[in-house]
Write a protein that binds this ligand. Structure first.
Ligand SMILES: Nc1ncnc2c1ncn2[C@@H]1O[C@H](COP(=O)(O)OP(=O)(O)OP(=O)(O)O)[C@@H](O)[C@H]1O
Ligand SMILES: [Mg+2]
Length: 348
């Protein structure tokens, strides 16, 4: 939908007056090896601050950081010097509480030290749904976070990511009983409107020409999602007036490219999860109906269904039925079946 693009734009526009650090939690090393933990998070947070301080050439707080590390008795195997900034290499037995204290207090310290130069400090945490990997530690982590940041002044936090609207992480963060309940502004990033797509394409791709119904079809195929708008527009024939029929045909040809990232995600699913998606291809179904298709109690499908919800493959409609969330995935699967006679199941 363009969240990361938007955040990067915000960062760029505010960078003059604010110090803004950005982390993508899916790039966290401990996340990538399937063991997301607090220490791993703190190292990533800390490094992102160092990068920004460095970039902005703000008052070196190196000495101060060194002192804090000493007094907090954080165990280091080494301190690497990155252009005058100490980047601590932590020892595995570092007391997590001390490390947390240190890193979470850092933004406030940075501000206090530099208030003559910046208006505030902003911390952007992208792909926050990765925090779900903390499992039973998620809630305590969020509340710990809150206990620190609620007293911070001139420090703002932005959480961004893709979650299903019924993912419990939203409640844990912003719900009435959530860690930051009542203190969070939620912003939903909507797809581009028809008008926006029109203006956007007119500006960027002047040789792309649609008839009226051709454009309507283009919008329907992309649903205004920036990634699909870009990809599909680039692949379409230029300098030809594209009618509805032509767009429709091109859409089918372009599906493998449009579904590029989805194909990778699809390949990462278990056979069982893939089969659940396929059984919803025709129409949305109630949980019990899905169970019936597999000759199983619907309760035994909880785990895969929840995973598919959290990964954004499925959503629960207002009538309680499960539906496929991604129209491009749906179309791609249908086409695969049409041309190959089988669905692209993983072999197990
Ligand atoms: N405002 C925009 N104008 C033009 N293109 C955009 C815009 N926003 C996003 N895009 C396009 O959409 C693509 C995906 O955007 P982005 O990575 O920001 O999405 P995202 O919501 O962060 O996705 P994810 O959920 O995978 O993290 C970008 O590579 C870019 O091509
Ligand atoms: Mg993103």
């Amino acid at each position: 939908m363009g969240k990361t693009a938007l955040l990067k734009k915000i960062k760029k526009e505010l960078e003059e007056e604010y110090l803004i650090a950005y982390v993508d939690l899916t790039q966290n090393y401990t996340y990538q090896i399937g063991n997301l933990n607090k220490n791993g998070l703190m190292e990533q947070f800390f490094n992102s601050w160092i990068i920004e301080l460095n970039e902005k050439k703000l008052n070196p707080i190196a000495q101060k950081i060194k002192k804090v590390i000493k007094t907090k008795k954080i165990k280091l195997s080494d301190i690497m010097d990155v252009s005058g900034y100490p980047v601590p290499i932590l020892e595995s037995e570092t007391n997590p509480k001390e490390l947390l204290d240190f890193v979470i207090e850092l933004p406030q310290k940075i501000y206090d030290k530099n208030k003559d130069k910046i208006k505030g400090v902003i911390f952007i945490i992208d792909e926050f749904q990765a925090l779900n990997d903390l499992g039973k530690n998620l809630k305590s982590f969020l509340w710990f976070f809150r206990s620190y940041i609620q007293n911070q002044k001139n420090v703002a936090y932005i959480f961004s990511g893709s979650v299903n609207s019924n993912d419990s992480i939203i409640d844990k963060i912003a719900g009435p009983k959530g860690a930051f309940g009542g203190r969070v502004l939620s912003v939903k990033i909507e797809p581009f409107s028809k008008e926006t797509v029109k203006t956007y394409l007119n500006k960027g791709l002047t040789n792309l020409k649609f008839s009226n119904d051709g454009f309507e079809r283009f919008y329907k195929c992309t649903k205004g999602i920036p990634h699909y708008v870009n990809t599909f527009a680039k692949l379409l024939t230029k300098d030809t007036l594209l009618t509805e029929e032509m767009v429709k045909n091109e859409f089918i040809n372009c599906l493998p490219f449009l579904a590029d990232q989805l194909k990778q995600k699809w390949g990462g699913l278990t056979l069982r999860e893939q089969k659940i998606i396929i059984c919803l291809l025709e129409k949305p179904l109630k949980r019990k109906e899905i169970g019936d298709k597999f000759n199983q109690k619907s309760s035994s499908l909880s785990a895969p269904l929840n995973k598919l919800l959290n990964d954004g493959f499925l959503e629960i409609q207002e009538d309680g039925k499960y539906a496929i969330n991604e129209h491009i995935l749906k179309e791609w699967l249908k086409q695969e079946y049409k041309y190959k006679g089988v669905f692209p199941y993983r072999s197990e």
